[in-house]
Design a protein around this ligand. Structure first.
Ligand code: HT7
Ligand code: ZN
Length: 861
């Protein structure tokens, strides 16, 4: 496949200021007529090039007359045009029901909907399908009134009517010029939940969430999130909504989470529908975050869009930061920060250290869909967050105001964003730009020494080599730092240390005794810190640090160090005993600390993930990591059995509500079961069954089922099977909950998980055509280390088989399963060979999608 390079960007030679689309809708044969007002740019002399993908032109008219002066160049339609402005009319016919890729116009449960980002519009009609061509859209849809009573597109409805033949039509107009990736159309039998929001300048905005009949009772949380987001974006970023209506549609078949089409966001049902019986607290949080994210794109993405897809992080990194800040303001900011860092470490750090590593602004791609990554999204957000750390909130806001003012209505670049922050916040970001250029997670080594009354901190940094980038330059790394006085348990104020050189020394006078270093507080920079620290000092920070993230981090470090030493065979019995005791004592004090709220307590009591432990090792043995982590869990379960049981009892008494205290209790309730299950499965199964049977909400029910599903003890098997059967029967027909049923089993600790997943793939409820169901079973499985890394390679084979089977159906989703196999270089040699062999088997298959081919070939390089 051709490689597209950022350096090759050329501005368009033709613009399309206006487009009128006319759809004659049908599930199997939708007829599309597109009228493009095209305009030559300056003195450009080339022909008009229109992108297409899998479509054929039934007719081409130029200025109203049939024309033969066009030809196909691969998938592109090329027209030689004599003048400066013309009207080009093209007719195409598409089959939405056959569109299993879910890109372009497709059918989902009898409705029609679109997904155009990144390059789906060219599957509907021929067009310069690139984000720097902005057009005003007028859209007319005609369809059977019975099948498609609701007809929606971007902007405002302008006219509608009935025809004598049982069809009806509607016309929509979007006043805001937009790139084709933000076009949307929805036609179906849907009902709306409605509300309204009045903007700060007094504009009343009608809000509607369209769902299938019966689901409208589960839209309240999404609607609240939308209204909260609209208010928050006015308050925090000064951004007001700009149309008279804002529509959301929930669709069951969707490749991603949601899509920010102008005025018509389309959502995966998973990020809209919730009620206490069917959605967990985590689901509620995800809905709030995704609704906000898509809404915030109205400014960061739509009003200011991207010049080209290499600039994707311009809208995604910034919008992720904005949704993270919003969720922090809506709930617990420290807990949100810890969760976001956990996601970054679990999803992005491995990307940065693997064969698919790329900068947040990539330099080249074959298939852009493969670049909707944790790097572009989550590391992109961290990079802009560092600007907020360097500038402070007021100056940063001046920068974003300038950015929106300067580039409103434009297709901008990451460089435009950085320059606006520099100018608005009065900040020099010269060297900082390397964060956009260099891939890889920087490593900072910190050494603290003490002599006389001075503490000296030496910081050095390295950025690891990544594919195509063997040599790296030093980064700007802002590290919020504090030095604690052991005697008082206090520090004298936090300092921001900005590391810019390969090595720098900072001195701190006035310490008569060696202080304890707390560094990268709040995770102010997305780096790994190497800091040789005494266990006692980590215990000190875990107990005393006033920065909640740093406290969490001290606990994580305590456990990571112990586990890394244990799996490396580097832990003599005595040290193992001391390490375990220290961890137990810190756990005991966290369990007993009355000053902690339960949501935060829950964070402090989370064991480091197996993937994160593996990241610390040059080559990991997943079975050793799993065994050692389970051993630690068992130790904590047995040593603290009484406190865990007391905690479970206390939290069980808290009634259901969405308040933080009740949510904290639910989080801890299942955590207590997890630790108990490791040490006393029979008692844990008894408690889990009781929790399951008494559950009046999905958080408790799912937590209990997850624990039961993981217990392999024979005497608990009947309870495990009964609960799984009950869950399936109770929620039959509710697709989102049946997804949970699949993923609970695929992520279970149970020793027979691989066989269970094989059986589940043949279950009548399983289908490869619904991405949520595929992810529920197989993403959960690929993220389950002991099952995926089965010593005989059966887990790798299962994922490779899936990729090969799914690829012809949906290459975009299939490609998402390659990265777990692509980590082979960081796994012990026997498994690495098995993983590589599966990648080679995929690579040898004929007719692979561009998506899978790019990921597999890079993973083998
Ligand atoms: N901007 C949206 C991206 C998206 C997407 C990308 C590739 C394939 C399917 C897709 N659906 C939505 C989502 C977002 O970041 O808001
Ligand atoms: Zn986004």
């Amino acid at each position: 496949a051709p490689v597209i390079h950022r350096a090759d960007y050329r501005p368009p030679e033709w613009l399309v200021p206006e487009i009128a689309l006319d759809f004659a809708l049908s599930l199997t044969a939708t007829h599309v007529r597109a009228d493009l007002e095209v305009q030559r740019v300056g003195t450009a002399s080339g022909p008009l090039r229109l992108d297409g993908d899998g479509i054929a032109a039934k007719s081409v008219l130029i200025d109203g007359t049939a024309h033969n002066d066009w030809y196909m160049d691969g998938d592109s339609l090329i027209i030689d045009l004599p003048g400066e402005r013309h009207t080009v009319t093209i007719e195409t016919e598409i089959n939405p029901a056959a569109n299993t890729q879910l890109s372009g116009l497709y059918a989902s449960g009898g409705m029609l909907c679109t997904q155009c980002e990144a390059e789906g519009f060219r599957r509907i009609t021929f067009f310069p399908d690139r984000p720097d061509v902005l057009s005003r859209y007028t859209v007319r849809m005609t369809g059977e009134k019975a099948a498609f009573p609701v007809l929606l597109s971007n902007g405002n409805p302008v006219a509608s009517g009935d025809n004598a033949d049982g069809t009806h039509w509607a016309e929509w107009h979007d006043p805001w010029p937009k790139p084709s990736y933000l076009f949307a159309l929805v036609a179906g039998d849907l009902v709306a939940s409605r509300d309204s929001f009045t903007t700060r300048s007094g504009r009343r905005v009608d809000l509607a969430i369209y769902v299938r009949a019966g689901d409208e009772t589960r839209t309240g949380h999404a609607m609240k999130a939308l209204i909260d987001s609209m208010r928050w974006d006015e308050d925090v970023y000064g951004r007001e909504y700009d149309l008279d209506l804002f529509n959301i549609v929930a669709v069951a078949d969707f490749n991603a989470g949601a899509m920010e089409n102008k005025g018509l966001n389309v959502f995966n049902t998973r990020y809209i529908l919730a009620d206490p019986e069917t959605a967990t607290d985590g689901d509620y949080d995800a809905i709030e975050g995704v609704v906000a994210h898509e809404y915030f794109h109205n400014w960061s993405g739509n009003r200011v869009t991207c010049r080209d897809w290499f600039q994707l992080s311009l809208k995604e990194g910034f919008t992720v930061l904005r949704d993270q800040q919003f969720s922090a303001d809506m709930g617990s900011a420290p807990v949100k920060r810890i969760e976001d860092v956990r996601i970054l470490r679990a999803a992005q750090f491995p990307e940065d250290s693997g064969p698919l590593a790329h900068p947040i602004r990539p330099d080249a791609y074959q298939e852009i869909s493969n670049f909707y990554t944790a790097t572009v999204y989550n590391k992109g957000a961290e990079v802009i967050r560092m600007m907020t750390v360097l500038a402070g909130p007021e100056r940063f806001r001046r920068g974003t105001d300038l950015y929106f003012d300067r580039h409103d209505g434009e297709a901008a670049t990451c460089e435009d964003f950085v320059r606006a922050i520099e100018d608005g916040a009065e900040l020099d970001l010269g060297q900082f730009r390397r964060w956009y250029e260099q891939a890889g997670t920087p490593r900072v080594t910190a050494t603290l020494t003490h002599a006389g009354d001075t503490a000296t901190l030496v910081l050095s940094q390295t950025v690891p080599a990544t594919p195509g980038q063997p040599d790296k330059q030093p980064m700007v790394i802002p590290l919020r730092t504090a030095l604690f006085d052991r005697a008082t348990g206090q520090h004298r104020g936090e300092q921001l240390l900005v590391l810019t050189e390969p090595e720098q020394t900072f001195t701190f006078p006035g310490f008569t005794a060696p202080p304890v270093l707390s560094i990268n507080r709040g995770f102010s920079a997305p780096v790994a810190i190497d800091l040789p620290m005494e266990t006692a000092d980590l215990v000190f920070l875990a107990a005393h640090d006033d920065d909640p993230f740093a406290r969490y981090e001290a606990m994580q470090q305590l456990m990571v160090r112990h586990l890394v030493a244990a799996v490396s065979g580097d832990l003599p019995d005595e040290a193992r005993g001391e390490g375990l005791a220290a961890i137990r004592d810190v756990y005991a004090s966290v369990l007993a600390d009355a000053a902690l709220d339960d949501l935060m307590r829950g964070e402090l009591l989370i064991l480091p993930g197996e993937g994160y432990i593996a990241e610390q090792l040059a080559q990991a043995d997943p079975s050793r990591i799993h065994a050692e982590r389970e051993a630690l869990k068992r130790w904590l379960g047995s040593q603290l059995a009484g406190p865990w049981q007391a905690l479970h009892d206390r939290c069980t008494a808290v009634p259901y509500s969405l308040e933080a205290a009740a949510r904290g209790a639910r989080k801890l309730k299942t955590q207590a079961l997890v630790y108990l299950a490791a040490s006393d499965p029979v008692e844990a199964a008894r408690r889990a069954k009781a929790q399951y049977d008494a559950a009046d909400n999905m958080t408790d029910r799912q937590g209990a089922l997850m624990v039961l599903a993981g217990i392999g003890t024979a005497e608990c098997d009947e309870a495990r099977r009964a609960a799984l059967a009950d869950f399936h029967a109770r929620f039959a027909g509710n697709a989102l909950v049946i997804d949970k049923w699949f993923s609970i089993q695929a992520s279970a600790l149970h020793p027979d998980t691989l066989a269970h997943v094989t059986a589940l793939a043949a279950h009548p409820d399983f289908t490869l055509t619904n991405p949520n169901r595929v992810r529920a079973l197989y993403m959960a499985f690929a993220a389950n280390p002991q099952a995926f890394h089965a010593a005989d390679g059966a887990g790798y084979r299962m994922i490779a088989d899936l990729i090969l089977k799914l690829d012809p159906i949906n290459g975009n989703v299939a490609a998402r399963f390659v990265p777990p196999l692509g980590r082979w270089r960081r796994i012990e040699p026997t498994r690495a060979a098995l993983m590589r062999a599966e990648l080679e088997r995929i690579a040898a298959a004929p007719g692979l999608s561009r998506d899978v081919r790019e990921q597999v070939s890079k993973s083998l390089e």
